[in-house]
Design a binder for this molecule. Structure first.
Ligand code: GDP
Length: 296
């Protein structure tokens, strides 16, 4: 992931090899390349432009300070810091306080919701020592219930399901009652997705959300879809005002545009990234580590 972006950014710093100074002309040459690199990574032009404007301001503002630092190193540091900011600055964890805590999972079909539900269950069980219940509120695809059942067994989480019930609000409420009765610490509610955003789907998930008042609503999106991922995030956020983003399939996303621009677009933190099909392949998202990786 990000290989191309890393290579191109490295190229953009070539202007500053040796003692080449930070001057308006040198900075402008470098910024043009940085902007192109971001756009090639599928970052929207407006975001790329704003990004390079900020880098420019910092670079020109820094030309007389820190004489000990080489201009090239200084530019790398400035770009790295700005990339960290663009991706959200600080890492933001999930809120799982409650008896039980409730986490609602939303997103399009195929984005990786059910896989993530299993991964999050494992994460909370292993890292936070929580007793986890998952529930399948997909009333359209019986296969989705089977898939979650298999995953719950694999990760050692409880499962609540009502295959005959076609009312997702009822299933979610019953799951929470079941969790209370059986002393689960957290309930993860997996919901139905559609292939594209539609009104009925949005209404259904909004109804579930309003009924269960989750601690966290997480929006799951396939990072390989680049700008589309960002646009879908906007539609879901306008309707659901979700708490955080989960980027999936980062293992297949060579460009990285969604990771770089989703925070800017919806102003919600990326909380987790998923990097494979195995249950262990989930990471808490750290913007600083990601930008270090890009410029590593
Ligand atoms: P849902 O319809 O949103 O519940 O999506 P699924 O969880 O069923 O995932 C759709 C497909 O994507 C499945 O084949 C998953 O194994 C796969 N998948 C999910 N997350 C990842 C990931 O991070 N990396 C890769 N390579 N595949 C993933």
């Amino acid at each position: 992931m990000f290989d191309n972006l890393s290579d191109r950014l490295e190229g953009a710093f070539k202007t500053f090899t040796g003692d080449n100074k930070i001057t308006e002309i040198n900075v402008a040459t470098s910024l043009k390349e940085i902007r192109r690199a971001l756009v090639a990574a599928d970052v929207n032009y407006k975001i790329a432009k704003e990004f390079t404007d900020k880098v420019k301001e910092k670079a020109l503002g820094s030309k007389n300070v820190l004489k000990a630092v080489k201009p090239g190193q200084m530019m790398v540091k400035i770009v790295q810091d700005e990339l960290t900011e663009l991706m959200g600055g600080q890492s933001v964890g999930i809120n799982v306080k409650g008896a039980p805590a409730v986490v609602l999972i939303a997103g399009l079909q195929g984005s990786g919701k059910t896989t993530f539900t299993g991964k999050l269950a494992l994460h909370l069980k292993e890292k936070r020592k929580m007793k986890v219940l998952v529930t399948a509120c997909d009333v359209y695809r019986p296969a989705a219930i089977d898939q979650l059942t298999v995953l719950s067994e694999q990760v050692g989480a409880g499962i609540y399901k009502e295959p005959e019930n076609k009312n997702p609000v009822e299933i979610a409420l019953n799951a929470i009652a079941h969790a209370q009765d059986n002393k689960y610490d957290v309930v993860i509610v997996d919901t139905a997705g559609r292939l594209s955003v539609d009104e009925a789907m949005m209404q259904e998930i909004a109804d579930v959300r309003d009924a269960i008042s989750p601690n966290e609503t997480l929006f799951v999106v396939d990072s390989m879809t680049g700008q589309d991922a960002v646009n879908t995030a906007k539609v879901f956020n306008d309707r659901l005002n979700f708490d955080g983003v989960v980027l999936t399939k980062l293992d297949g996303d060579t460009r990285g545009g969604a990771a770089l621009s989703v925070k800017y677009t919806v102003d919600k933190p990326i909380k987790f990234v998923s990097t494979g099909e195995k249950m262990e392949q989930l990471d808490v998202f750290h913007p600083d580590r990601m930008s270090q990786r890009i410029l590593g």
